[in-house]
Design a protein around this ligand. Structure first.
Ligand code: NIG
Ligand code: FE
Length: 411
């Protein structure tokens, strides 16, 4: 099936030659065509240009986008959408004065979700996760990374990863899976963390790699969770089994995790609410993408990733949701973009670059997603009639999406 979208008020993120990442000052530039058309054949973008130069194009379906903006769908490079139940009681506990750390220390937090997951059937876990995926697609997400990490046992982690595999099969969006076995220290290993790290290295990584259930290896590198040495050991083991590092660092404390990530050629280092100059310097000499998760900062009332410091140092930055039951029960990339502009002083151009092409890079799919480029997948957002693209972050909390197209099909 071919679709012609015509009279587009502005077509955003048009990149003629395939670029993989946008950095520093270039992040302020969002190439676009005003009064544009775009042609889709099957699942692929095959042509676009100004309406002034449009030829006689034969398409089976025509969409009139008068007054509307068209852009690539969001690439959400960091989520934990496969989880069981919710943690709204911990939310209330935090309102009443407990911290995220206090809750974890009394056996709540990630361990609470792990217990819920253990008591949920794989079918039910799939159904809950599929609901979340459906919702974020309707909010404009066309590619998503999903982590394990609430299993904390081999069986639990495999269950989560099989659910991710099924989501990948049942949904048209691009899905990438990450093994985050080292997400928290299970109760049984409270006094013997090394034994748990050994289990991750000796059993979980080989099994997951053998079953080809994940592309990436992640670790929650944080005080009270996994230290630099644990992180290095796990990343090394993952790499030996063909898994690419992509890690949680500097959420609450900066103590060298970024350096470890870069040293092991991590594709991305995520969170970065706490950053020092060394972290910035080490990223400058790397291909590692820094990823900010502003909805997490919002929900936990912790600092925002210093986007200005990062971008002004000439680095790239990606934006993702971190959708999970504990620190970010929201998968809305539109809110992420608004919050990045409002709280992190990113311009709309920077935020859109961070949520499309740089997000695609952070999940290794930039050759097919993240920009309007001939030959890339036809994954598109058509907005409602809005005055300009700056209106998207400006009108925070509003849904300004009219249609989402995934693989050339209207959702
Ligand atoms: O990215 N920080 C570690 N992991 C998640 C939160 C997990 C949870 O609280 O369930 C995050 O914020
Ligand atoms: Fe996370």
């Amino acid at each position: 099936m071919s679709i012609l979208i015509k009279n587009i008020k502005e077509l955003l993120q048009v990149r003629d030659t395939n670029i993989s990442v946008v950095k520093g000052k270039d992040m302020k530039i969002l190439p676009s065509i005003k009064n544009a058309y775009l042609l889709i054949d099957h699942d692929t973008i095959v042509d676009y240009g100004s309406m002034d130069t449009i030829q006689d194009l034969n398409a089976e379906k025509v969409i009139d986008a008068t007054g509307k903006i068209v852009l690539p769908t969001w690439c959400d490079s960091h989520t934990h959408i496969v989880y069981a139940g919710n943690r709204e009681q911990e939310f209330v506990d935090r309102i009443n004065g407990l911290s995220y750390e206090d809750i974890a220390n009394r056996g709540g937090g990630i361990l609470n979700s792990a217990e819920k997951l253990q008591n949920t059937s794989e079918e039910n876990l799939y159904l809950q996760s599929a609901e979340r995926l459906k919702k974020v697609i309707s909010l404009g997400t066309g590619a998503i990374e999903i982590k394990s990490g609430y299993g904390l046992t081999i069986d639990g982690e495999l269950k989560m990863l099989r659910v991710i595999k099924r989501l990948k099969k049942e949904f048209p969006v691009k899905v990438r899976a990450t093994l985050l076995a080292a997400h928290a220290i299970p109760k049984e290993f409270k006094d013997n963390k090394t034994a748990f790290v050994n289990l991750v290295i000796d059993k979980m990584i080989p099994e997951v790699a053998k079953e080809k259930l994940a592309t990436y290896i992640d670790v929650f590198c944080e005080k009270g969770y996994f230290d630099l040495e644990d992180t290095e050991r796990i990343l090394k083991a993952g790499k030996e089994h063909g898994l690419i590092p992509k890690i949680h660092v500097n959420q609450f404390n900066a103590f060298g995790g970024v350096d470890v990530g870069v040293k092991h050629q991590a594709l991305s280092v995520d969170h970065l609410e706490e950053m020092n100059q060394d972290d910035i310097d080490v990223l400058k000499n790397s291909d590692t993408m820094p990823v900010a998760l502003p909805s997490c900062s919002y929900f936990l009332s912790i600092p925002y990733t210093p986007a200005r410091q990062i971008i002004d140092a000439g680095l790239p930055l990606a934006l993702a949701t971190d959708y999970n039951p504990g620190s970010t029960p929201s998968g809305n990339m539109n809110f992420v973009i608004s919050t990045a502009c409002i709280k992190m002083k990113m311009t709309p151009e920077e935020a859109i670059n961070a949520a499309t092409i740089n997000g695609a890079y952070a999940m290794g799919i930039e050759n097919m997603y993240g920009s309007i480029t001939k030959g890339k997948k036809a994954n598109l957002i058509i907005t409602k009639q809005i005055p300009s693209y700056g209106f998207l972050p400006y009108a925070f909390g509003d849904n300004n999406i009219d249609q989402v197209i995934i693989n050339g099909q209207t959702i």
